[in-house]
Design a protein around this ligand. Sequence first.
Ligand SMILES: [Zn+2]
Length: 829
Amino acid sequence: MKKLVFLLFIICQIKTGFSQAPASWTSADMYQALNKLKVLGSVLYIAAHPDDENTRLITYLSKDKLFRTGYLSVTRGDGGQNLIGDEQGIELGMIRTQELLAARRTDGGEQFFTRAFDFGYSKTPEETFAKWDKEKILSDMVWVIRKFQPDVIINRFPVTGEGGHGHHTASGILANEAFTAAADPNRFPEQLKYVTVWQAKRLLWNTFNFGGTNTTREDQLKIDVGGYNPLLGKSYGEIAAESRSQHKSQGFGVPATRGESLEYFKATKGNQPTADLMEGVDLSWNRVQGGEPIAKKIDSLIAAFDLLHPEKSVEGLVRLYKSISLLNDSYWKGQKLREVNMLIAQCSGLFMDVTTAEQFAVQTDSIKLNFSFNNRLGTDALLQKVTVDNFDTAFSRLLERNKNLNFSKTFFVPASKNITQPYWLEQKKEEGYYNVADQRSVGKPDVDAAYQAIIQVKVYGELLTFVRSVKYKFTDPVKGELYQPLVVIPPVIVSPSGDNKIIVNTKDGVSGLIVMRGMKKGFKGRVTAVSSTGSKLLNEFSFSNNQIDIDTRNQINDITYKGVVENKNSEIKFNVISGANEFAAKDKHEIKYDHIPYINYFHDAEISIKNIDLKIYNKKIGYIVGAGDKVPEALEQMGYEVTLLSDKELSKNKLDKFDAIITGVRAYNTNEWMNKHYNNLMKYVNEGGNLIVQYNTSNQIGPVRAKIGPYNFAITRTRVTDENAAVTLLKPEHPVFNYPNKINADDFRGWVQERSIYHAADSSGKFEKLISMADPGEKSDDGSLIVAKYGKGYFTYTGIVFFRELPAGVPGAYRLLANIIALNKKKGF
Ligand SMILES: [Zn+2]
C-alpha cells in the first residue's frame, strides 16, 4: 500500500496532461522513447515568468538530447496584462499556468513553480525580495532541485541586472544561491524527511542577445539547437514556436524557425564546459549500481523494434520493467520505471479510459463512471483490478484483441471528499506569495485530478499498475469529442453579486442579491449571514426567500438580503444550513478558453464592505470597452448609470446624453474602429462633454496612428511601480483635487501593486499636468494624469491604474475618479 501511495504521488507530478484526451503515440514516438531509456541525464531551466523560458533550448534538450528537462518558473505570471479577457491576478496566474503546461506538452519539458506571486512590474531585485520573502522562495527552489535532481541547472537571467525586470534579476540571484543551498544539509533541513540533498554539476547562465543587450561572448560554450528531427518531422525551432505560441494570454504567437540557432552558456557555479553542457556527467546506466545489463537489454529492444508491430516489443519491455524493479532504489530507477510503464501501455495499444458524462462530482450525491478498455494490438493482457477511491472491483478477465470492454459504476461522493481547489488557493495568500501548508505540494504545477483510477493488468504474466485520471468527456457538435477535468463541488454554490460592495452612506444599510445554485436534487437548506465585525449584525440581516429546496440540478434561487453594518470596513460571509450541518458557502468561478482546459476554483461566498466617504456628481456614463477590465462594475457601485458602448452603439447613440465617456484599458490599441468615432467624440467634448481615456500602450491602432485627444500627446513606457511612491499634487487648487471630494494625502494610501503605467508626454503644451510622482531613486514624471479644456468640455488621459485599484476597494482611487468624472460640472467653481 505504501508503494502505491508513493507511485500516485509521482504520477500526479508528471502527468501534466491529465485534462486532455488520452495520450496517443505513433511508432516514431515509441522509438524515440525507447532511445530515451538509455539516457540518464536531467536539466532544469530557471527563470521568473511564463514566457521567460527558452523553448527552443528546452525542445532541443528533451527531444534531441533526450534529457529529463524541466522549467522552474518562479511565478505563475499573475501580474501583467491579459490580452484575451478581463482576468487579472490569481485568475491570470491560473490561465498562464495552463498555458505553460500546454507549452510543455508540446516541447516535452516538465513544469514547476515556487510559491512566489507575480505582483507586477518591479524595477529592482530588492523591491522584489521585499515582497516575495526571499528565504521562502529560495526554499521552494531548493525543494524543486532536491526533488528533480538536475545534473545541470540553466539560468535565464544574470544577477547583474541585464535581464531588466526586478523579478528576472531576483530569479537569477535565487538560482545561484539555490545551487549551493540544495547541497547543504544545514539549509532547509525540514525538507530532508522527504528528499535528499543534491549537488548539481554546474550552473550555466544562458546568455542572450535581445532588446539591445548582448551578453553572448565567443569564449562561452556555444551549441546549435536548430536541428531537424526526422522522427518528429520537425525542426526544434518549429516545435519551439508551437510551444511558445501557447502563451495566448500574452499574444506571443511566433513564427517557426529553421536552420542553425546558436545558444551561449557561461558557468556561474561549477566549471565552465568547453564542448558540452553535460561535460563530466555520466549519462549512461553505469551511474546506477547494477545498471550495465539494463543498457544491453535496451539496446536489443531498440534493434528489434518493429515499426508496424510495436506490440512485439511489449514482452521485452515487461522483462526490462522487472529487471529495473530488482535494482536498489534510486532516482533513476523510479524515473525509468515510469518511462517503461508508459512505453508498455503505448506499444501494446492498450486503451484504458475512465470518464464521466458529468463535469461535476457533487458532494453527498452520486456519480456514474464509465470504464472503457480495448486491447487494440492483441497483447497478452489480463485485467485484474480497478480501484477508484473506496470503490474497487476485482476481475480476471482476458482482454481480447480489438474488442471493447465497457462497464459503468455509480458511486457516492461523500461530504468528506475535498472540493477540487488549486492547492495554492486553499489558504489566503500574502501580498507577495501564496501560502501552501503541505511541503509536498510545493513546486507542483497544477491541481491534482479529483479522482484517479488505479488499473491493474497482468501483461505477459507480470502484474503492472496503470493510473488514469478520471475525466469529464463529452461531444461538442462543432469541436467533436472533448476531455475536461472532473471537478468536485459542494451541493450548493452561493454567488453574491459583485465582489466588492461599496457602501457610500452606511445609514442606508447594505442590500443586494445572492444567487444560489443547487447542484443536487433533493437538497434542502437555508442561507445565513456571518459578519467579521460581530454577531450583532446578524440579527439585523434579513433575507427574502432564503429556503432552498432543490428539485433539479442547476436550479437557481435568487435571494435578496438587507442589513445594517457598522460604520467600518467589514466582510460578510454566508453559511448554508442543511439539517444538522452548517458549512461555509462557496462561490465557484469558471474560466473557459479553447486553448487550455476549463479552470474551476472556489472562494468563500462573501461581500466586502468598504465604507468610502464618496460624493459623486454626474450620473450617466458611457463606457467604451477595451481589452477588458472591471471598472464598469465599480462605477455602478459608486452610483452611476453605465452604458457599454461598442462600435455599433457609438454610431447610433447621441453622445450628449452621457455626462462622461470613459474608455476601458487599451481601448485604442484593441478596437480598430476607434478612429472612426474620433470626430464625434471631439464634438462631444467641445459641446461640454467629458472624455476620460485610461491607459493605452502606444498611440497606435495596429499600423495606424490612433487619434485620441484634441491636442497631441505621446504615450510613453514610463510607469511608477511602487504602490507607495510619494505623490505630489502639482495644482492642488484644481477641481480634480477638490470637487466633489477633497483629495489629500490619505487618498494615496493603501494602493495595490503600482500607481500608474504608460504615462503621457505632452507634446502640444496644451495639457495641465496635475500629478507628479516617481519610484524610489528615479526622476519624477508628470504624465500620469493630464487634462485639457477643449471648447466647453474636458479631455483627460490617465495612466493611473484605476482598473486595479477599484476592484481592490481602494478609497482614494474611487474619490479621485469621481472628481475626474465631475470635471465638466462647474458647481462650486
Ligand atoms: Zn519575464
